[in-house]
Design a binder for this molecule. Structure first.
Ligand code: NDP
Ligand code: CU
Length: 419
């Protein structure tokens, strides 16, 4: 049905709005430079070209890397790129920033975006961006894009990490990078002056920042309840009645421990809200700052809730698998009975029960983790679907601002243009 496919879903209205949209889609004539030809540079060049920018890449050995870049991007020497571009990304490791000093005159008055990351968390400056600013005092350094991986740049900002944290001492330079960010489909987050660059550089180095406390909490609760339940259901019957319940350790005790942890974690989701409300009533105002510990706790409620949910899911899976274990036990006991009947009093069943319990608990754990993975990957899958195809209102279009730079009819490269 080629005709059906060619027809637009929404018929255009007579008058203005289409004209506005068309004008915003025209590629900007701002020439963006990238220094370096590594992974980051290649992905960035692709993204910039796809967003309608002219791109010039500066390399020490341009001939070697031309084939790796999109046709629309020009790969040339570092000096040439520095001369031509209006705004430059420095996609070079910070150790090599100093090798760029010969470009100083060409970069004077231009915006440099430092995308570098540190190797370890630094508590004290100077940050890479501040060092770059010291190297190029006549350029305007903006820190940003370091939290975006080369992969995300290439794939387009469809998954979760759409925020780009930016900071700079120069407001104009920062806002031009913010505009560029928006055009590439990312969400710029203004982090203030260049002194925040240390914080931005540290960001990708924190592993699951708001998950640490909830996970430690869940693990500690698990250990506590596991020990408590083992003492109650295994040790106590053994001491008082010489009853051997050791077989309960891998599955049954784990299964009654999960709901205990889930319930306590769930209460930890609601508790900070209650404490906050109580504090506000006590103070008689909502304009006081909460103590730091409460602030952190409030922020981590989602993670506490998800940990609680995980425990509940594992409990459900364990409970569903229990009948499986019962039937296996029944078969084993049957075998033992047959063996004893046949005159083999030293039956091997005890060992077999242990092995079965072990296999079952490992299997169930794997099943739980797999289902958790499936649940957590759902949002990314949902994000890759282009919802805009299904909705009539296109919020992106409404929010787009007019192109930041004037678009002369014939494009001319003006060397050394100041933004
Ligand atoms: N890869 C990623 O996902 C991300 C990377 N970053 C940051 O981007 C920057 C670049 O990373 P990436 O592209 O992965 O690194 P690569 O090692 O892939 O590329 C670095 C590039 O730097 C250029 N370069 C310039 N001068 C030198 C020199 N003296 N010695 C060595 N290389 C030099 C080289 O290009 P040429 O030979 O053409 O001059 C080289 O291709 C880093 O600061 C990194 O922290 C930030 C976020 C994500
Ligand atoms: Cu239950």
């Amino acid at each position: 049905m080629p005709d059906d496919m060619a027809r637009p879903l929404i018929r255009e209205r007579a008058g203005g709005s289409r004209h506005l949209e068309a004008s915003m889609m025209t590629p900007s004539t701002l020439l963006i430079g990238i220094l370096g030809t590594g992974d980051f540079s290649r992905s960035l060049a692709r993204r910039l070209v796809a967003s309608g920018y002219q791109v010039v890449v500066g390399s020490r050995t341009p001939a070697r890397f031309t084939a790796l870049f999109p046709e629309e991007a020009e790969v040339t020497s570092q000096m040439e790129a520095a001369n031509q571009a209006d705004l430059l990304f420095v996609a070079v490791y910070p150790e090599h920033h100093s090798t760029l000093v010969h470009l100083k005159p060409a970069l004077a008055g231009k915006t440099l975006v430092d995308v570098s990351n540190g190797l370890q968390i630094k508590q004290e400056g100077p940050s890479n961006a501040q060092q770059l600013a010291d190297l190029f005092p006549e350029s305007y350094v903006v820190k940003g894009f370091n939290t975006i991986s080369a992969w995300t740049l290439q794939a387009g900002p469809r998954d979760g990490s759409r925020q780009v944290f930016l900071c700079s001492d120069d407001q104009n330079a920062k806002s031009s990078v913010m505009q560029l960010c928006r055009r590439m489909g990312f969400i710029p987050v203004d982090m203030g002056l260049l002194s925040s660059s240390l914080e931005i550089e540290n960001l990708p180095l924190y592993l699951f920042p708001s998950w640490r406390t909830p996970i430690i909490c869940a693990l500690a609760l698990f250990v506590f309840f596991y020990l408590y339940n083992s003492v109650r259901d295994v040790l106590h019957p053994y001491v008082t009645a010489k009853k051997n319940n050791l077989y309960k350790l891998p599955i049954e005790i784990v299964n009654i421990t999960f709901p205990c942890v889930a319930l306590v974690m769930l209460s930890l989701v609601y508790l900070p809200g209650l404490i906050a409300a109580f504090l506000q009533l006590w103070w008689g105002t909502k304009y006081n700052r909460f103590p730091n510990w409460l602030d952190h706790w409030l922020i981590q409620r989602k993670q506490f809730g998800l940990c609680s949910f995980l425990c509940a899911v594992l409990h459900a899976i364990y409970s569903l698998c229990l009948p499986m274990r019962k039937s296996a036990r029944f078969q084993l006991i049957n075998k033992a009975y047959e063996q004893v009947n046949a005159g083999h009093p030293d039956s091997w069943v005890g060992e077999e029960v242990w092995r079965m319990e072990l296999y079952l608990s490992v299997g169930i754990m794997a099943l739980g983790l797999l289902s958790l993975l499936a649940v957590t990957s759902l949002p990314s899958v949902a994000n890759t679907v282009n919802w805009r195809e299904f909705t009539f209102v296109q919020p992106q279009t409404v929010r787009l601002q007019t192109p930041p730079w004037p678009r002369p009819k014939s494009f001319r490269r003006t060397p050394g243009k100041v933004l």
